[in-house]
Design a protein around this ligand. Structure first.
Ligand code: BES
Ligand code: MN
Ligand code: ZN
Length: 494
């Protein structure tokens, strides 16, 4: 999708449609006023008649025969005083979905003048929302029905700062592409998205954005002492891959951000096998890893001044003849022994070695993300991901970076009690602590492999994929937490 900033007066723009905002107070502003005048007050009529109340993403389509712009799509932006940049991503996403399905390929989207003081963020949000809004999973369909046809988006700048607008559009378009990349990786089923294929995608992404990629195999992991990671791979016919992406944007700095993502390309549960119902969703169990690879590819393109290493342990969790069995004891890279009570608690096992490896790389901050626990979906539903941390300042920083992106995180505690729940009678740790506080005991388990390094754990089990689409986004994988990762990288580079 081609995205550009346009400084023309709205009434002179040539496009299949112009998108303008309408707030819930019903007062037209900015481009909406000019277009309403060109339409002899038709837009004001629609609002006055109550056909459009200005609720977020609600819309009304007006035709503008014989005008250079052929249609006006008015899209609700809610309460004028509560406007946040991420709402513009939803506004733009809803618009491209409505217009794209009508077969319109070129649209212009007006920025609300209310955000002209935050031109960069506003343009970024529109570019990101237009890009992610047009994403549909049609890869496997011979006759896709839902295709969103948008090819070109002109962002109508209003009176915002030109340089800021250009920079924002670039950021938003790279971020949107990264979100869609993560979604494509996640939605691809496990027969295609094997650990080997995921590694190939990472290598390709690295070469396109000037990063180095290392794909390590089973022998390497064994030599490293990654017995915990390898215990999960033991039952699978697919070879595991340990993927490492490196971006060095601040060679003279000692700071290193590690992004670690769970890369289970399919989670059957292993010998502690899962019930059949909804097991197909477990192709999404590499969503965390996909987000790390996609965020790294965007970081390589945006070139912020910081150092980042992306780490994705990738394997299937299968009940093969050589599979790990409940009661087995394995040893992680840091020497800690783990009694495996339940082979379905595999995410923490692969992350244990990946977190040790992040420390070995010299990480000064670690963020991991994983579809780790069903308990997280019980606790927070699909409205937010859990954030757990050993460092208040870093937790606050990640929360603050994520907030304006529209991705939601909710901090949960890391009390010593949860760590005690993970003690084994016969090994240093066990891999499950029972049903109570399942998200927090999982985090406490990971903490044992992180040590003192400032660390944030994101359990995205409830937000990495959704059963229902929205006005602004297709159902299925969401690309969470790519936006938060990029915002954090930008912030740390300042
Ligand atoms: N991948 C699952 C967690 C999951 C469940 C993600 C549902 C998304 C939706 C994870 O590997 C798992 O199976 N966790 C177990 C842990 C338990 C055995 C301690 C769980 O949550 O049931
Ligand atoms: Mn599992
Ligand atoms: Zn899993």
């Amino acid at each position: 999708m081609q995205i550009r900033i346009v400084h023309d007066a709205p009434v002179e723009v040539r496009a299949g449609a112009i998108v303008v905002p309408v707030f819930s107070d019903g007062r037209l502003s900015g481009a909406a006023v000019a277009l309403d005048a060109a339409l002899s007050g038709a837009l004001a009529d629609v609002v006055a008649g109550g056909e459009l109340q200005g609720k977020l993403c609600e819309h009304a389509l007006l035709h503008a025969k014989d005008k250079p712009f052929r249609r006006v799509l008015a899209v609700g932006l809610g309460d004028r005083a509560q406007l946040e940049p991420f709402m513009l991503a939803r506004y733009a996403g809803a618009a491209v979905r409505v217009l794209g399905r009508l077969g319109i390929s070129d649209v212009a989207i007006a920025l609300p003048e209310e955000l002209s003081g935050r031109a960069r963020e506003a343009a970024a949000a529109v570019a990101e929302g237009a890009t992610t809004g047009s994403f549909e999973i049609t890869i496997y369909q011979r006759d896709p029905e839902r295709r969103v046809a948008i090819e070109s988006v002109a962002i109508l700048s209003g009176n915002g700062d030109r340089k800021a607008l250009e920079a924002g559009a670039r950021y938003g378009s790279v971020a949107g592409d990264a979100v869609n990349f993560a979604r494509r990786l996640a939605v691809t089923p496990s027969n295609d998205m094997t650990p080997t294929h995921l590694a190939e995608e990472a290598v390709k992404a690295a070469s396109e954005s000037g990063m180095t990629a290392e794909v390590r195999d089973e022998d390497w992991a064994r030599a490293k002492g990654m017995g915990s990671f390898l215990s999960v791979a033991a039952g699978s016919a697919q070879p595991p891959k340990f993927i490492v992406l490196r971006y060095n944007g601040a060679p003279s700095s000692k700071d290193l951000l590690a992004l670690v993502g769970k890369g289970i390309t399919f989670d059957t549960g292993g010998i502690s096998i899962k019930p059949a119902e909804r097991m197909e969703d477990m192709k999404y169990d590499m969503s965390g890893g996909a987000a790390v690879i996609a965020a790294m590819s965007a970081i390589g393109k945006l070139k912020p001044k910081l150092n980042v290493v992306g780490i994705v342990p990738a394997t299937e969790n299968m009940p093969g003849g050589r599979a790990t069995k409940p009661g087995d004891i394995v040893r992680a890279m840091n020497g800690k022994s783990i009694e495996i009570i339940n082979t379905d608690a595999e995410g923490r096992l692969i992350l244990a070695d990946a977190l040790c490896y992040a420390n070995e790389c010299g990480a000064t901050r670690i963020v991991d993300c994983a579809t780790l626990t069903g308990a997280c979906v019980i606790a927070l539903g699909h409205a937010a991901a859990a954030l757990i941390s050993n460092d208040d300042a870093f937790a606050e920083l990640v929360l603050a970076c994520a907030k304006p992106t529209g991705e939601r995180y909710w901090r949960m505690p890391l009390f010593d009690d949860y760590g005690r729940q993970m003690r084994s009678d016969i090994a240093d740790l066990k891999n499950t602590g029972g049903r109570d506080g399942g998200t927090l005991t999982a985090a406490a388990f990971l903490h044992a492999f992180v040590g003192e390094t400032p660390w944030v754990h994101l359990d995205v089990a409830g937000t990495a994929y959704l059963d229902r689409g929205s006005a602004w986004s297709a159902k299925g994988p969401t690309g969470v937490p790519v936006r938060a990762f990029l915002a954090l990288a930008e912030r740390l580079a300042q």
